[in-house]
Design a protein around this ligand. Structure first.
Ligand code: SF4
Length: 407
């Protein structure tokens, strides 16, 4: 009955940002497809347009604000709400007639959702990352009752969110092992918008991997904001293998569990944090025939002073020693993330960053210019590196990395 009801409904999901967002959009689309919706690329063709947006970079937010503004015409809302309308809260009549659903969901919703809900009356759905599984039901409610909904609750995600089998890339699955982060790097908005670290249970992760394998998927990426923080009491986790009867399961244990599953042929993971990346992990990577010999290990900055201000929890020397261990034990390739122009960054600080890039010859590097994010510790510091210096340092590193990648 439900499938029949929704058979003509079309949803358009646009994703901006990191791999976690890509996976969230995929899982969300899976829920819609299971309810009989059709996925469309062109917002004009959709009944519901959802922007799932990362809040980590300011420029992604600016772009999405302008896209949301441009959807006003599409929405079917042809006038600004009157002051009387504005005073009414959830449940109000927006406009008689069949408006499109325009939704902002994910991290940016958590970050700026309240303000956008106030300022853009044509945006009729705002949902935080923790409540994405509720979106199909919210859309039905909006259609039926002609209301606007904002749900910014931060809580443990429900397992149903990961239940759909839809995958964007055939033969490949990303499996979320944790959401949120409790590291509070001073520049990073993730703990504010996705909440503190929350771990999925090993049994749920393994069930999802097995489900993927049963669908013929052989390549798995384990996803988390900081995968090495994974550490959970196993609480009666049952498996075919005796080695799985552990009291505590850490990230290396979890990798081993996935590795032992028949049918899984290739495993990688995103993203480890240098401060809790261990030789134990490297040894497993070296021994395993399934785990890819690639490590994406963000170093962010080369100056110890800047690393301290960033609350990263390691020094340049420690980072170099860690990569040295990785190269000795695993012998694989590495990639990284870098921020230039963090508050108070001097030329000397920058040269330490450049030095790491030159020394370690990364296979790839994501290089960003610092921009202050709301609610972060670094926002309290004066953003005192001039934009032209940020641009220059960014260009220098990009050029250097290009030469290294092409060598
Ligand atoms: S480890 Fe730091 S940079 Fe990564 S998500 Fe957590 S707070 Fe953000």
């Amino acid at each position: 009955m439900e499938n029949k009801l929704n058979s003509k409904r079309k949803v358009c999901i646009k994703t901006f940002g990191c791999q976690m967002n890509v996976r969230d959009s995929e899982a969300l689309l899976g829920l819609f497809l299971a309810k009989g919706y059709k996925s469309v690329d062109n917002p004009k063709d959709a009944d519901a347009i959802l922007l799932n947006t990362c809040a980590v970079r300011a420029h992604a937010e600016h772009r999405v604000r302008s896209i949301l503004g441009s959807y006003k015409k599409l929405s079917g809302v042809r006038r600004q709400l009157s002051d009387g309308d504005k005073k009414r809260t959830e449940g109000r009549n927006l406009k008689p007639g069949n408006c499109k659903i325009i939704g902002l969901v994910g991290c940016m919703a958590a970050n700026s959702g309240k303000e956008i809900f106030e300022r853009m009356p044509h945006v009729n759905l705002i949902v935080s990352p923790a409540k994405l599984h509720k979106i199909p039901a919210y859309i039905e409610k909006i259609k039926k009752e002609n209301i606007r909904i904002i749900d910014l609750e931060d809580k443990e995600r429900e397992e149903i969110f990961y239940s759909a089998s839809y995958r964007i890339k055939p033969g490949y699955a990303q499996v979320v092992i944790s959401t949120g982060c409790s590291n509070y790097c001073s520049y990073c908005v993730v703990p504010n918008v996705r909440g503190g670290l929350r771990l999925r249970k090993p049994k749920d992760i393994i069930s999802e991997v097995k489900r993927n394998v049963s669908l013929g998927i052989k390549k798995i990426t384990l996803l988390g904001q900081n995968v090495n923080d994974y550490r959970i009491e196993s609480c009666g986790f049952a498996s075919d293998s005796k080695s799985h009867r552990l009291k505590t399961v850490n990230f290396v244990d979890l990798l081993k569990m996935v590795e032992e599953l028949d049918g899984v042929e290739e495993i990688d993971f995103l993203t480890p944090h240098p401060k809790n990346t261990t030789k134990e992990l490297f040894k497993l990577m070296a021994e395993s025939k399934k785990i890819k010999k690639y490590l994406h290990l963000p170093f962010q900055a080369g100056s110890d002073r800047i690393l301290r201000l960033m609350h990263r929890g390691y020094t340049k020397k420690e980072y170099l020693a860690l990569v040295d261990d990785y190269k000795t034990i695993v012998g694989g390739t590495i990639g990284t993330d870098i921020i230039v122009g963090f508050p108070t960054e001097t030329e000397e600080d920058f040269l330490h960053t450049k030095d790491i890039l030159e020394k370690l010859r990364f296979m790839g590097a994501y290089i960003f210019k610092y921009s202050p994010r709301p609610g972060t510790h670094a926002q309290k510091l004066k953003d005192d590196v001039p934009q032209r210096i940020k641009e220059k340092r960014h260009a220098v590193l990009l050029e250097l990395q290009k030469k290294i990648s092409n060598a």
